[in-house]
Design a protein around this ligand. Sequence first.
Ligand SMILES: Cc1cc2nc3c(=O)[nH]c(=O)nc-3n(C[C@H](O)[C@H](O)[C@H](O)COP(=O)(O)O)c2cc1C
Length: 653
Amino acid sequence: MELRNRIVMTAMHLGYTPQGEVTDRLVDFYELRAKGGVALIIVGGCPIDEYGGMAGMIDLSEDKFIPGLKRLTTSVQAHGAKIAAQLYQAGRYAFSAMIGGRKPFSASAVRSRLTGETPRALELHEIPAVQDKFAEAAVRAKKAGFDAVEILGSAGYLICQFLSPLTNKRDDEYGGPLENRMRFGIEVVEKVRAAVGPDYPILFRIAGNDFMEGGHTNREARIFAAELEKVGVDLFNVTGGWHETRVPQLTMFVPRRGFVYLAEGIKSAVGVPVLASNRINDPEIGEEIIRNGEADMVTMARALIADPELPNKAKNGKAHLIYHCVACNQGCFDNIFQLKPAGCLVNPRAGREGELPIRPAEKRKKVLVIGGGPAGMKAACTAAERGHTVILAERTNQLGGQIPLNRHIPGRQEMLLIAKDLENNLKALGVRIMLNQEAGADLVKEISPDAVIIATGAGPIVPDIPGIDRDNVVQAWDVLAGKKAVGKRVVIVGGNAVGLETALYLASIGTLSPEVLHFLITNNGESMDFIRERLNRGCKYVTVVEMTGKAGQDIGLSTRWTVLAELRRLGVRIMTNTKALAIREDGLEVEKADGESFIEADSVVLAVGSAPNNDLSEELNGLVPELHVIGDANKPRNALDAIREGLMIGLKV
Ligand SMILES: Cc1cc2nc3c(=O)[nH]c(=O)nc-3n(C[C@H](O)[C@H](O)[C@H](O)COP(=O)(O)O)c2cc1C
């Protein structure tokens, strides 16, 4: 199989096939990615039987799905891309409620932390039939025109469950020593190979390290890969660990190219091509990995949700116009967790390509956008793409609205790309950007636009608490912007995203930076105990008080636990069900269920939410033919909503 470049889009369950059948939505989504230049698209996971799937996956368990799948494969191939189907059997990661109330099976009856359920152990005599399902599904994929199949042997699914001593407690030939635990996966490959014939490509997705305590590392993965190669695997797609791991796999805390070393490990053990995966969101990084010889190809999953045109932009010298995946997971993974279709924060058209085409405007207008946050920038870009003449007026000296507040928050720097990418595109589209520009009736009269879009964002709320005017009180936004300093002991009022992220920033001040850490370890400068201590402790004592019973409620499910884990590691105290009563010179009086108490602090940081900045709608009313209010200026929410509203108004204006 020959590929047109070295970019592969890996399998993602997107929720675009509610009945398992291929839909227009799925075809539109992948067709656009194929047009965008990716070499190989792997779709799925595709359930191979009625036991191991999840609601709304692309079904490969029966022949009746073949005609729909054929439509998908031909649409993708028409644009020069290849397409593969991922053969998915979740084992103990299947939710019984999603498989018709059936009890999931696994190597052994070991409870799954993902589902909270305990599967039943497969009987020895049942194993061949389960393996046959992989082979039958592979034949179906071949009939449907897929160029290859990928066997899912990562993330803790059935093949991993047989492989790992954590989930395989069997005492027959499929359990015990590694040699036996590898048997299930090896036989699956043998059966698939026998079924599809010698020339049909078989890919295998492997966990480069399970990241499970007592589980497999890259050492065992290398042994497994070498054995799989012998029985016919043509390519290894190396990812990170299991769904149950406590090591983040998908959030911004995973550094870019963080798991490439795992692919390099597998590459050292096999002779067939190896793909590096996870957090490769820019062609420069991919180029570097391939140039270095760390892997033969790179995968981009979310990066191609965010920008289907990424490969073409890279190829055509337009890499600066790429909209990068920022690993926020807000549109994709967090929706999938809630059984909703995947979307994207930076690309609100993702999964809605057919429904939301970008058509040239019927009448070219002069559009004035007021406010250069994400909503305003997206509105300006979209309007300009449709042929309007667009002017963007921003009051401050920079674009991005609240986005630049992420600059100092550990693990949040990727967010800055949102503003940078939009800015690059605005410039390329010829949008006139006016910084340090107050906008009001005068400006509108001067410019005389056909339409005005107000996207003036929000400002932080000042709560009505005694002592709020004291010198020791600052707004979280000012702390994050570097405008205000705080003392050694800090109490943050408000435990939603802004409060927790401010806590993360403040608690990390004084911890060892990656460079200092590297320097100390490589030179044996300090003991590992000392290093660990100084990694986890900064120079401030931070407490967060939250009125409700749960902190971080507005952070997506996939990210919330990683933020809380980081705060715990850094020793931040989070007090829920705690209400701020009054600010004193030396701290904060609070009320808890068991009575009032006092938290000593040098500074009190406010993070109690925001209110719309929208005095302009009244001022401009009647001055222009079209007046719209979008984003936080309408109602404070998050960047996902802001960018979506920007797109929608840009399509409408
Ligand atoms: C919404 C979503 C669904 C996913 N579903 C699957 C899946 O079914 N099978 C699989 O092997 N990986 C799945 N993944 C993992 C991706 O293939 C990819 O490895 C991961 O997103 C990290 O790579 P990236 O940083 O390029 O996105 C999924 C990821 C996301 C975001």
